[in-house]
Design a protein. Sequence first.
Length: 164
Amino acid sequence: MATLKRCDRCGHALELLRKPVRRLRWTRYWGLGWRSLFTGPLSVCPQCGAMYATDGTLLAAGAIETDAERRLNVYRRDMAYLRDSFGGVFIAAGVAVAWLVAGAESVELAKVVAAGATGGLSLVPFFYFGRKARLAKKDLRQLRQARQSGSILKEPGPEKPEEA
């Protein structure tokens, strides 16, 4: 049984696909993940997303999300959670202002201003983290499209000097 050590497409070292059913979920290769539980582990390239069988044949090019995509997706989710947290602060401040104004007790202007200012100030980080999440989503979409179309976006690195 011959196993590949390097990817045929990009030359990067291959890794075993851990949890194939979960990693291939929502893709058209989900059945291959189930089949690999019985036939043997799959190898994947973390740089270009190519998937190889245990005998070394290429099963799919660009099937698995790359390491860069996974890191960017985690960053995007974190930014979205922060955005949602500050949105919750804004909504809670709005409810507090409504309660103070429409409540049974007399209106104390200092409490209303403090609650309104807290809600207003929470909008600054809400929009900041919202923008970060949108930009990360846009970059993630570009990475996925490049992987699925077969063009690998390489991360910028040091340029090699040309030999004369």
